[in-house]
Design a protein around this ligand. Structure first.
Ligand code: SF4
Length: 223
């Protein structure tokens, strides 16, 4: 493990966040399957990283109950309800970050808000991210999220935004009704108050006790 990653994991410890390092996608999938019990329910956010890991299918085929808003054949209302349930009711919330500063701050942009809600208050949260998401500081993390990751996500999902048209963020004009803005909520996690949460939040054993875990993968994943 290189020094930068070692320091990042140590920085997370001081923020009550438990970090794991996996060298590749396969190890990351094994780690997710190890950390989430097969009996747990799981909420997810849209994520190229999760798609590249193929983890949703593996969790479903193992028997986990997924609140999957991307299930084929469901209505828009059903999809919105699953987003809400995934953030509020699931045992675990699985997502990726837009950027991570070397000091350990985690940056998330969200359109509908289910991602920011899940990360903020789900019983257990697992963030999976490739090393391409690491930036030198929080300003660069916000810049990366807005100016690099979101335009690519708008392109991928055909959102009608200025950045969809030419890849350049014009947040002053990216407003309704002309545009359907994707950057509606921004969440920065700086730390957790305690490793777990009181009143039954978090799990009992030491290795499982942190509410927020980050699985850092030594490959480029997502945008
Ligand atoms: S504010 Fe609008 S134009 Fe800028 S990155 Fe977000 S969605 Fe794109």
């Amino acid at each position: 493990m290189d020094k930068r990653i070692d320091n990042l994991i140590k920085n997370w410890q001081r923020r009550n966040i438990l970090g794991f390092y996996c060298e590749n996608k396969e190890q990351a999938v094994d780690k997710i399957l190890e950390v989430i019990p097969a009996s747990s329910s799981i909420g997810i956010s849209g994520s190229v990283t999760l798609d590249q890991l193929g983890i949703v299918k593996q969790l479903e085929s193992r028997g986990n109950k997924l609140f999957n808003q991307y299930k084929s054949g469901i209505s828009r209302e059903e999809s919105l309800e699953l987003r809400s349930q995934g953030a509020r009711q699931a045992d675990y919330f699985l997502t990726s970050a837009n950027a991570i500063s070397e000091k350990g701050e985690l940056v998330f942009f969200s359109g509908y808000g289910n991602r920011t809600a899940g990360i903020s208050y789900a019983k257990n949260v697992i963030v999976v991210a490739g090393i391409n998401k690491i930036t030198s500081n929080i300003q660069e993390a916000l810049k990366r999220s807005r100016e690099y990751a979101t335009p690519l996500n708008c392109k991928r999902l055909s959102w009608s935004t200025p950045c969809f048209e030419d890849g350049i963020c014009r947040q002053e004009t990216c407003l309704f009704p002309e545009y359907k803005r994707m950057c509606c909520q921004i969440l920065i996690i700086e730390a957790e108050v305690t490793p777990d949460r009181p009143e039954g939040r978090g799990l009992a054993s030491d290795s499982q006790s942190h509410r927020l875990k980050v699985i850092l993968v030594g490959e480029n994943l997502g945008f």
